[in-house]
Design a protein. Structure first.
Length: 318
């Protein structure tokens, strides 16, 4: 299995210099890591850093890569209107000349796969070291690399507007939602003329007393729970059962990035949400962010499971 064991940040957004270690005392990786802290402490920033390390930049020219990365460089004179930072000269909002005084940004991830260590280092100019190219996968390394990490978010209205679930995942989905929501969940069987219509379920109901609440009429919090898990279940299934001619990626994506994991969800369901993610995605390494007082206080009382790591960012970026 592949795991991220260390993350080093230098001059990246609000991180001047810090190294995160995701290994337990017995040297095995934490399966679940959650970052917490006040707004603006760099929680989502960390998920972005992890995502950037395995992003596919092969179809972009070098100048385009530099333009997209320079906005992450830690700098007190950053102008977000035009992504301007000191260290560059501009003409018509485009870089025309480089200065030597631009400090170096570094994102470096250390991974372990089958007992071997792989390092990926990214700067504002692109990759300077990538042990995954070609790494253990030879000429198919890009197919694996770009699927190592996946960022899950369902906070926007467009993402929540429709529900879609692979038919093969119905039983697991119903178990998860019934556990987290504490009401029986029941998927509406797929229907249609074509065989493809039966591949997906597009609605489900929650049984509340004598009422059936369909997805379209659910609250924002209920939709968030449903979409988060349906996205994950669909993704893992699709990678393991690709179209003909495509590579089979079993147990991928290896790393799940979940931003604001408990947003819109009632406080007494937060622990159940985390437990379900760990139970039903046991082969994935999970990185999440939270503002949940329930999860944070559980950590402060030392009640977390041994495979969970909670990191307070306020003490790091003070």
């Amino acid at each position: 299995m592949l795991y991220l064991t260390k993350l080093k940040l230098q001059n990246f957004c609000n991180y001047e210099s810090y190294t995160f270690n995701f290994k337990q005392q017995n040297s095995s990786p934490y399966k679940y890591t959650c970052f917490f802290g006040p707004n603006g402490e760099g929680k989502t920033t960390l998920l972005e850093a992890i995502s950037l390390l395995t992003a596919n930049q092969s179809q972009r020219d070098q100048e385009s890569v530099k333009r997209s990365l320079r906005k992450y460089v830690r700098n007190k004179d950053y102008n977000p209107s035009y992504e301007k930072i000191s260290g560059y000269k501009y003409s018509d909002e485009l870089i025309t000349n480089y200065k030597d005084n631009l400090q170096d940004m570094v994102i470096e991830g250390t991974y372990e796969l089958d007992g071997k260590e792989y390092v990926v280092t990214l700067t504002q100019n692109g990759f300077v070291r990538n042990d995954f190219n070609p790494g253990p996968w030879g000429d198919k390394h890009l197919l694996y690399r770009q699927r190592i990490s996946h960022f899950i978010t369902s906070d926007n209205d467009l993402a929540l507007s429709k529900f879609q679930l692979r038919s093969s995942q119905i039983k697991t989905f119903e178990e998860i939602i019934s556990t987290v929501m504490r009401f029986k969940a029941e998927c509406i069987p797929p229907s249609g003329v074509h065989l493809m219509d039966h591949d997906y379920c597009t609605d489900f109901v929650i049984h509340k007393k004598d009422h059936k609440i369909h997805y379209k009429r659910m609250s924002a919090g209920e939709k968030k729970i449903a979409k988060s898990f349906s996205q994950l279940l669909n993704l893992v299934y699709d990678l393991e059962h690709p179209n003909r001619g495509e590579i089979v990626l079993k147990n991928y994506p290896r790393i799940l990035l979940l931003d604001n994991i408990e947003m819109h969800i009632y406080y007494d369901r937060h622990v159940a949400m985390v437990d379900c993610i760990k139970k039903y995605f046991p082969t994935q390494q999970i990185f999440a962010t939270t503002h949940s007082s329930v999860l944070i206080e559980r950590h402060l009382r030392h009640e977390n499971n041994v495979d969970e790591l909670m990191i307070d960012l306020e003490g790091i970026n003070c």
